[in-house]
Write a protein that binds this ligand. Sequence first.
Ligand code: 5GP
Ligand code: ZN
Length: 110
Amino acid sequence: MDCLFCKIAAGEIPCKKVYEDEQVLAFYDIDPKAPVHVLFIPKIHLDGVRDITPENAAVVGHILSVFPVVAAQLGVTDYRVVSNNGAQAGQSVQHLHFHLLAGRTLGEMG
Ligand code: 5GP
Ligand code: ZN
């Protein structure tokens, strides 16, 4: 499949890695929207939150469990977790990912 984040997960495209295990990869966003902007992806391909099912939800729970680890590693206590789904919501890469945004006051959602 021609998927940018699958290629990053496979090491075919380089990234600035923050955390990795068998299921998840976290790396710095190439175009940061905050002083700290890290992307968390499952190594398996899911298009987005819309692809989460009871059968694969464990990987999402695992990804979320890595957030406190990475936040501590980066020294941030206050952060926002975002996942855009669909073009109108701002999704530009069709592989499930969660943004960690920190390091500045984050305004209201919308
Ligand atoms: P989305 O817009 O789908 O919510 O988030 C996709 C994110 O991926 C964007 O914030 C964008 O800056 C980031 N991004 C796009 N291409 C690359 C890339 O090749 N490397 C990295 N590290 N981030 C990327
Ligand atoms: Zn993918």
